[in-house]
Each structure stands twice: as C-alpha cells, then as structure tokens.
Design a protein around this ligand. Structure first.
Ligand SMILES: [Fe+2]
Ligand SMILES: [Fe+2]
Length: 502
C-alpha cells in the first residue's frame, strides 16, 4: 500500500497523513452530534445569561464586555447549529437539555447574584471547559470524514481564547478593586469613591467553584460519555456522580430591565440639550456638530440596554432572531465606544457630560418587548432617509475631523444592516411596512418622557451642559466660539429625538 504522495506534496488536502487518517476509527456522526449538542447548550445558555445582565449592570466597561461576548457567543452557537444540521439531524433537537447536571451548571450560573461569582463561572469554568472540549473534538474527530467539525472546533477554540483572557482580566481587576477597598477600610481611608459599583463580595468563591466542578463531574465533564455507552442521560444520570442540588437560595440573580449606570455617569435624567435640533440647524458649523454627534454616539449605550431587555423578555423566537439582534446590540455598544473615543480624541472627559438614559429607562419600564422593538425599528428606519445617517457622515466629512467621518461612515453602514434586520424580524409581523412603522411610531408616542416629572421630583434640573462643552472644545481648537452656537438652548421638553413635537 502506498501512503506517499506524488512529489511529497501534502496529502489529503494537507489535513493529515493517510496513515493518521487510517488510525482514527472510533468516530461517528452520532458521536459528533452528541458532543456538539452539549457544547451548543452551554454556549447558548452562557450567551443568554450574559445578555440578561446588560441592562442592570452599572459598570460601563462591563456593559461593553457583555455586549461583545454575548454577540461572539451567539456566532459560535450559530456555527454549531449549522454543523449539526448538516449531520442527518433534522429535527435538530437543539432545544433538548443534554444532561441534567449541565442544566444545573448553567441555571445556577444564570441565577447567580454575585457578579464576581457569575464571571468566575463563565470565564474560569464554563468557557475554558468548552474550549478544552473543542480542542479535544478537533483532535478526536476524523480529520477527513468530519473535517467540517474539526474546522469549527478549531475556530471556536481560537475565538474563545480572547474571550477567556478578557474575562480573566475582568475578574482580576475586580478582585484587585475589592482588595484595595479592604485595605482602605482597614486604614480608615475612603479613597474608593466607586464602591457602590463594586457590589457585594461576600460569597464564598471557593465553595461556588467547588459546586460548579461538581456539576461538571456529574455530567461526565463537558464532553460526557461516548455515544456507544450513552443512554437517555437526562432521565438516567450517572449513579456514582450525583447531581448537586441547586446552589443555596438567597444568592439568586433577579433579572431587572431598569437600566443602571455607574458613578461616573452624572445627571443621567438630564434631557436639557437636544442634539438633533443642533445637528439639523443650518446655522451651525460641521466642526461644532461633531461634538453633538459624539454625544449622540456615546448616548447609544442605552440601545444595548433596550435590545438586551427585548431579547431576555421575548423567549419564543427562533434562534436566528437572537443571533441577528445580538449583532445589532453589539453594534450599538460599538457606536457608544465611538462616542467615547471621539471625546477622548478631543481631550474631553465624557464623564463631565450628562449622558441621558431616559430613553432605555422609559422604553424598558413602560413598553412590552414587542412595542420596544417597534420603536427601535421606527427610529432606525427614519435614519435611512437623506437627512439621517448619510447626513451625519457628510457632516463628519465637512468637519475635517477624520475620526468623526470614519465613525459616521461605519455607523451608517451598521444602521443599514439594522434596518434590514428589522425588516426581517419585525416588519414581517405586519401586513405592510407602513403598518409596521405606524405601530412603532404609535408606541413611541405613548412613551411618557416624564421630562417635567423628573425635574419636579428633583432627579435633574435639565441643566444646559452644551455651552461649557463647546467652550472647552473651542479652546482646544484655538477658535472663537460662534455666538449663535454658544447660545443654543433647546431641550427635549416638547420634542422627541426625531424632532417630532410631543
Ligand atoms: Fe447605532
Ligand atoms: Fe442601530
């Protein structure tokens, strides 16, 4: 038998040698599907549990990390679903819980109140286990017969590397902050001004980690037993490895759609400046308008808060709905970062500017998830007109602020994608786009802005922060402020962000 290639060229498309391909004889479609289903379940649950934390997570950096990782995990989940569907599987059975102990692991993680314990579970236990199982799958699957699985397993393991590293850095940073706080309280110093954002640290992490490991052990690890010995695992768990009971009550995470912001966000109810009114006013220069566009971008951190609430509360949609909406959620977090970067590039401290959060607050607390989606689509469809995203990009170009032009260029492209996502998942529920838009517009009109109530209840004075920001920028630009721009004083008391009167 010849196992040598012609001219010593790579054999078997370079995947492995013929000799190696002869040796892997224990793999089957059934085994491949079985393993993928376990990984699918854990990644999907991790993705959804991270999403559910986005609205009420006060720390901005964590909101961004959660937004990114929820999106990435949704892409990995989708890759697995596609692979499973290629292996004689329909009906896919991807909604079936693969093992009761994995269910315990994922539901206790999703229900964990302590942030540090939740992060530990996701980034120190679950995702590293998935990564290891993918590496194992990539080396155990038949390199030719199951080459598509090998490819995805390698891609998932590769992509999880960065996710796990960022997660671990997050845990380390929080632990260092807790340690610093302990030192401060021992020495009587009160240096920790962001203490309330740190949250509770009383949970015994060692005991929690032990519980998670016990769940994994009861499931036979993430990979579990090979299919040749497998029975119906949900109804017949392994007798020698009992499934741990639920982690003690009193530590339950309660999902909350009311957005929270960390201590750096000042005066979040402030709706004393209407940036759209400035942006569409012909009197003002493109350069001055870049400030309002950076403000509009960073303010978009409220969109992940609203989309996360839609996704967590709408539980009956096909997976592709969650996948596409998580891409949109991540894009909106990127848009917020564009604002953060834009202000940094101008030497402006964004924490001095009131970043309003009443859009996500009012939508999340006054509307159903379906109604919120209607408002979101109505707004995003409105950005597709000549005076929408294209206009913002043109302003960016005219301003000679290359960062603004770059960001608005990609922001526009993202919003076109979002309008298409809305067409697929929202408009299709109506007879026509006209009806879909009217519904969204109507829902938005019903939202009480509470502009006066927030002021009357002492939550804000709707202070006009614009002149201060504008003067600061002009100083850096080395130019005299435009008196008309400096005098700008329009707020949201009587209008919405699309300038429609209330
Ligand atoms: Fe956006
Ligand atoms: Fe968008």
């Amino acid at each position: 038998m010849t196992t040598k290639s012609l001219f010593n060229l790579p054999q078997l498309a370079g995947l492995c040698s013929v000799t190696a391909a002869c040796q892997t004889a224990t793999w089957s479609v059934e085994e491949s599907v079985r393993r993928w289903k376990r990984l699918h379940y854990c990644l999907q649950q991790a993705c959804l549990s991270i999403t559910a934390r986005i609205p009420a997570e006060p720390i901005y950096e964590l909101k961004l990390i959660y937004s990114h990782h929820a999106y990435l995990l949704s892409e990995l989940v989708t890759a697995i679903r596609k692979r499973v569907s290629e292996m004689r599987e329909p009906p896919l059975g991807l909604d079936k819980i693969p093992h009761a102990a994995l269910e315990r692991l994922m539901s206790d993680t999703a229900g964990m109140n302590s942030r540090l314990a939740f992060l530990t579970s996701i980034y120190e236990v679950i995702l590293p286990s998935v990564q290891e199982a993918c590496q194992q799958l990539a080396s155990e699957a038949h390199p030719i017969a199951d080459a598509p699985s090998v490819r995805i397993a390698k891609l998932i393991a590769f992509e999880l590397d960065d996710v796990i590293n960022v997660g671990r850095s997050t845990i380390q940073a929080l632990q260092a902050a807790f340690a610093e706080h302990r030192r401060d309280s021992q020495t009587g110093s009160t240096a920790q001004s962001n203490l309330s954002d740190l949250g509770d640290n009383s949970l015994d992490l060692a005991a929690w980690s032990k519980h998670l490991q016990a769940c994994l052990a009861a499931a036979g690890g993430l990979t579990g037993k090979p299919s040749s010995t497998a029975t119906d695992e949900v109804t017949a768990p392994a007798i020698d490895e009992p499934i741990p009971g639920p982690y003690p009550v009193g530590t339950r995470f309660e999902y909350c759609n009311k957005p929270q912001r960390d201590q750096r966000f000042q005066d979040s109810y402030n709706a004393g400046v209407n940036p759209e009114a400035f942006l569409y006013d012909q009197r003002f220069s493109a350069q001055d308008k870049t400030l309002m566009m950076y403000y509009k971008r960073i303010r978009e951190i409220d969109v992940p808060e609203t989309i996360a609430a839609i996704l967590t509360e709408l539980t009956d949609k096909p997976w592709d709905f969650y996948r596409e909406m998580l891409r949109q959620l991540w894009d909106e977090a990127r848009h917020a970062m564009m604002g953060e970067i834009g202000f940094a590039s101008q030497g402006i401290d964004w924490t001095k500017i009131p970043i309003n959060f009443t859009w996500s607050l009012n939508l999340n607390t006054q509307l159903t998830p379906q109604e919120r989606h209607g408002v979101l689509f109505f707004i995003e469809q409105g950005l597709m007109t000549r005076t929408g995203k294209r206009y913002e990009w043109e302003v960016g170009l005219q301003s000679h602020d290359s960062l603004s032009a770059l960001f608005q260029d990609f922001d526009w492209a993202d919003e076109v994608l979002h309008a298409q996502i809305g067409q697929r998942w929202y408009v299709t529920q109506f007879k026509s786009i006209k009806e879909a838009l009217a519904y969204g517009d109507g829902c938005w009109s019903r939202v009480m802005s509470h502009w006066h109530e927030y002021r009357d209840n002492g939550l804000t004075e709707h202070h006009n922060w614009w002149p201060e920001l504008y003067r600061q920028a002009c100083e850096r630009w080395g130019k005299q402020p435009d008196p008309a721009a400096l005098e700008f004083n329009e707020n949201y008391s009587n209008s919405r962000a699309d300038l429609k009167s209330l």
